[in-house]
Design a protein around this ligand. Sequence first.
Ligand code: GUN
Length: 282
Amino acid sequence: MAEIINGKEIAENILNNIKKEVENFDVKPTLAVIIVGNDPASKVYVKNKIKKSEFLGFNSILKELPEDIQKEELLDVIKNLNNDKNVNGILLQLPLPKGLDEKDFLDEISPIKDVDGFTTYNSGKLFKGEKPYSIACTPKGIIKLLETKNINLEGKVAVVVGRSNIVGKPVANLLLQKNATVIQAHSKTKNLPEILKLADIIISATGKEEFIKGDMVKEGAIIIDVGITRNKNGKLTGDVDFESVYNKVSYITPVPGGVGPMTIATLMENTLELYKLQKGIK
Ligand code: GUN
């Protein structure tokens, strides 16, 4: 029977520590969030990010921009936030609407204000094993979950399912830095069940509802489920079939209440870290 990793509780601890630290600052950290268009899931995520930053005593700026915004206008919004000395963190919510290519915008964010760690500077630093200003929130949150449980990754076989720039690629890099043996599986991988069977740790970020079943995982494996989809009954489900896996593995993250809360906690932590870097606070 597995230990359930309570991401909600671990995230709350992180947030409470940030809140306490921020109480001592006369000038509060400021997070700017840009959302373009009307994607319903993105709207919910952005609302939660703003709510959480206000709970912590941060200042927040929300830029809600129309779906049909011109490229130059969006570039101007980013440039103005880069130049605004009061703004410490800038987040451009993804995905962007059709017609706008994230590649044209992400690198316009100043790397020292890049709370998502998505700029080429910060992701390149991570890739080289050097210290970026910021690390992508979900991958950083996943490593924190494993660290909280004192899980040693050295020499372990970690199978990452998914190769997105937001989760799959950065988490694979972080696992490599922890000396795990990393296998990056993706939509074109053949014989995924056989590969999953090798894993001491599975990190799945596909959004394919409950496709990892108990018979695909090794006894005692550690399962980190990044997927979150609403099934036809309206219930939030992960990539992993919790019921069939639970009795076989050693640790598992629930959906909801596992990785999700960590993403927002690490976003707030990144905002605070960039604020301190910009102010020269140790
Ligand atoms: N869309 C889904 N996840 C994320 C994230 O972590 N950051 C941003 N900016 N957009 C996202």
